[in-house]
Design a protein around this ligand. Structure first.
Ligand code: ZN
Length: 266
């Protein structure tokens, strides 16, 4: 009996050891391992907000935890319309929520970010209880993980050709009033002559590989404008209100000299 049990016990012992081994530091065999105690888990530097575009929080929980037909996806957090807060992936782990895209110089958003999904069918308003919970979560994440509060963006911002979420109905001004994300001054003056709105758009972080899509993402976020699908191919140029908002945002984000030099302003 004992000899037959031995391989089973050995296998069991091995399976118990494996999780411990996988959490061991990964040593590069090319180098001599001379460990230092001075380290900690890598930290995200940006927060990406999504709308689930699903019928219910239960359906979203299922999608975010399974190998669905479009490939497995996940997010660190999901907030229900009633404010219920779920965590699906640990903060220090890389969740699969952003996909391809870029924001400023960040090209691997999944590695650099925390992803928060908001239960929403895609075109619905965001209930007050949901936004209140989001604000508390943003406060927690920015404090605990040292993420700059201005570094809160939309999924559509980093992937403007592929995504629209969290949609034109998302209350970005409410977030800004609480200190998160960016928002123009209400009494910002018109942009001065020579100001280049495209340069400002890029300086804020928008990828300009497809300038029209980036401008639509900007207008969705800062002006609540959602282009009708039949108008998506219509050529778009920044208007005076776009320029006014972009000038205000770029003045807040960039040192004054950089703003005037880089934006074409004398
Ligand atoms: Zn998304």
């Amino acid at each position: 009996m004992l000899p037959r049990l031995l391989p089973v016990l050995a296998g069991l012992a091995l399976s118990l050891l494996l999780p411990a081994c996988t959490s061991m530091p990964q040593r590069n065999p090319m180098a001599q391992w001379v460990p230092s105690p001075n380290h900690e888990p890598r930290r995200p530097v940006i927060i990406v907000l999504h709308a689930t575009e699903e019928a219910s929080v239960e359906q979203a929980l299922h999608t975010l935890r399974t190998a669905n037909s479009g490939g497995p996806v996940s997010a660190h957090y999901l907030i229900g319309r009633d404010g219920a807060l779920f965590q699906l992936v640990a903060d220090e782990r890389r969740a699969w929520h952003a996909g391809g895209g870029r924001w400023g110089t960040i090209t691997d958003l999944n590695s650099a970010s925390i992803g928060i999904e908001l239960d929403n069918t895609g075109g619905a308003d965001f209930p007050q209880a949901q936004i209140a919970r989001l604000l508390r979560l943003l406060d927690d994440l920015c404090t605990r993980l040292y993420i700059p509060p201005s570094q809160v963006i939309a999924h559509a911002d980093l992937a403007p050709t592929r995504k629209r979420d969290p949609s034109a109905r998302f209350p970005w001004k409410t977030l800004a009033d609480a200190g998160f994300g960016i928002w123009p001054d209400a009494d910002a003056p018109p942009a001065p002559p020579g100001f280049d709105p495209w340069l400002a758009l890029a300086a804020i972080g928008y990828p300009l590989d497809h300038p029209q899509a980036a401008l639509r993402a900007f207008q969705r976020r800062f002006r609540g404008i959602e282009a009708a699908p039949e108008n998506e191919s219509v050529s778009l140029a920044p208007d005076a209100e776009d320029a006014r908002i972009l000038f205000s945002l770029s003045r807040r984000l960039l040192p004054k000299k950089t703003t005037t030099d880089a934006m074409g302003v004398d």
